[in-house]
Write a protein of this length. Structure first.
Length: 169
């Protein structure tokens, strides 16, 4: 199972059996139970992007980062803490980080994924989550992408989860 199209095509080129599945964080359980949240998280969003954020989102905006220099081995606790915070408080997550966008999306949190350029790492994601590059920032759907509204993403999530479970067994 390859996380991106480049890896998939490279393996196939050399006759190695492979399939494209994307990031396994897509299998995270939907954790959103309270829809009355009001915090909009901007995770590693460049400061100049704020000009695109509508005024009605600015009052509950919280800037944060996933850049974590770990020398203690606490990376997993840090990540779990952030994801728990988002589940408990996020109305929306705006991020430039793939490994923030996909877990939040999988857990049912609306996501706006921005990037300064389109990367091969996002090729598997195009059917599930919009990747907004600067030429599309003026067209952002400010409600965010939500997995519960995407049958193809839900199907891929179920399929990936069953493959992971089969391999674990």
């Amino acid at each position: 199972g390859c996380r991106d199209e480049f890896t998939f095509l490279t393996l196939k080129k050399y006759g190695i059996s492979a399939y494209l599945n994307g990031c396994t964080t897509l299998t995270l359980e939907n954790m959103v139970v309270n829809n009355k949240k009001d915090t909009v998280y901007c995770v590693d969003v460049p400061e100049f992007f704020s000009q695109y954020i509508p005024d009605n989102y600015r009052q509950n905006l919280r800037y944060t980062s996933h850049i974590f220099k770990d020398i203690t081995g606490e990376t997993v606790n840090f990540a779990c803490g952030l994801l728990t915070e988002y589940c408990n408080n996020a109305k929306l997550v705006i991020t430039s980080r793939l490994h923030c966008a996909v877990p939040c999306y999988a857990m049912g949190i609306p996501v706006i994924f921005i990037s300064s350029e389109f990367s091969y790492r996002y090729s598997w994601l195009e059917d599930f989550l919009t990747v907004y590059t600067p030429d599309k920032w003026h067209m952002i759907n400010w409600l965010g992408d939500c997995i519960s509204n995407n049958k193809k993403a839900l199907l891929a999530k179920d399929m990936m989860l069953s493959i992971v479970m089969e391999r674990i067994e």
